[in-house]
Design a protein around this ligand. Structure first.
Ligand code: PGA
Length: 255
C-alpha cells in the first residue's frame, strides 16, 4: 500500500444495532481485522453502545468514535451529549456535520463550526462531513457549496489545528442510495477541497489533511476509490453493518 497519508476506514452505524448486536459484530469483526496496523480502523456506533464498545476494543487495533456531540461541556441541553462526556468514556473522535444531521436535524454551518472548534479545544478529532445535494450538483454549484462549507466549518481555527481534522466528502445524493460518485467526480472534489484548505491554511498543511470519501462505499468499489490520489479513506454506512463486508472494506487493496 503506497498511500501518502495513513488511511482511515470508518464505519458510521447511524441508528442501527443494539448492545447484543454490537457484541456479536465485534466477536467476528476483530478476528477479521486482527494484526492490521498500517491504517486506522474506526467504528462509530450509537450512544448506547459507546461505553461497552470502548471496553471491548481496549487494546485492539479498532478505535471508537461518536456520531455527534454538542459543543458545550454541560448545561440545560436536553437530549445532547458533550465533549467532556465523550472524553470521560475515552472517546476522542467525533463525526460532525453529517448530512443527516444537516438535513433531518437542521444543523447549519455555524453550529457545525462551533462543534468543530469545541472538539479542537478539547483535543478531540472531528470527522467533518461536507457534500453537495443533487440539486446543487445539477445546478453546477458543487465547488461553491464545498468552498462555503469548508470556509465556514474551519472558521476561527488556527492553521496548526487544521490537520487534526479529518474531512469526509459525502455527496448527499450518494448516501444510502447505492449511487456512488464516479471516480472522476470523487478525485475532482477531493482535489478541490485540498486546494481550498491549501489556500486557507497553506499547502503543507493541506498535504497532511486526510480526506475520506463517503456515499455507497462497498467492497466492490472501495479498491478503485482508495486508489485515487486525494482519497485517504472512507466513511461507510450501510456496508459497515455486516462485519465481513466492513472487514473487506478495511482490507481494500485485497478486493
Ligand atoms: P452509506 O452512508 O455508505 O450508507 O451511503 C455513508 C454515510 O452516511 O456516512
Amino acid at each position: 500500500m503506497d498511500k501518502k497519508r495513513r488511511p482511515l476506514l470508518a464505519a458510521n452505524w447511524k441508528m442501527y444495532k443494539t448492545l447484543s448486536e454490537m457484541e456479536k459484530y465485534l466477536s467476528s469483526f476483530l478476528g477479521l481485522v486482527a494484526g492490521i496496523d498500517d491504517r486506522d480502523i474506526m467504528l462509530a456506533p450509537n450512544y448506547t453502545c459507546l461505553n461497552r464498545m470502548v471496553e471491548l476494543l481496549n487494546g485492539s487495533n479498532v478505535k471508537v468514535a461518536a456520531q455527534n456531540m454538542f459543543y458545550q461541556d454541560e448545561g440545560a441541553f436536553t437530549g445532547e451529549i458533550s465533549p467532556k462526556m465523550l472524553l470521560d468514556m475515552g472517546i476522542n473522535t467525533v463525526i460532525v456535520g453529517h448530512s443527516e444531521r444537516r438535513h433531518i436535524f437542521h444543523e447549519d454551518d455555524e453550529l457545525i463550526n462551533q462543534k468543530i472548534r469545541s472538539a479542537i479545544s478539547h483535543e478531540m478529532k472531528p470527522i467533518f462531513c461536507i457534500g453537495e445535494t443533487l440539486e446543487e450538483r445539477e445546478a453546477g454549484k458543487t465547488s461553491r457549496v464545498l468552498e462555503y462549507q469548508i470556509r465556514l466549518g474551519l472558521k476561527g481555527l488556527q492553521n496548526k489545528d487544521v490537520p487534526k481534522i479529518v474531512v469526509a466528502y459525502e455527496p448527499v445524493w450518494a448516501i444510502g442510495t447505492g449511487k456512488t460518485a464516479s471516480l472522476e467526480q470523487i478525485q475532482e472534489a477531493h482535489r478541490l477541497v485540498r486546494d481550498m484548505v491549501g489556500e486557507l491554511a497553506g499547502e503543507d498543511i493541506a498535504e497532511k489533511l486526510r480526506i475520506l470519501y463517503g456515499g455507497s462505499v462497498k467492497p466492490a468499489n472501495v479498491k478503485d476509490i482508495m486508489s485515487l490520489d486525494d482519497v485517504d479513506g472512507a466513511l461507510v454506512g450501510g456496508a459497515s453493518l455486516e462485519p465481513e463486508s466492513f472487514a473487506k472494506i478495511v482490507r481494500f487493496e485485497e478486493n
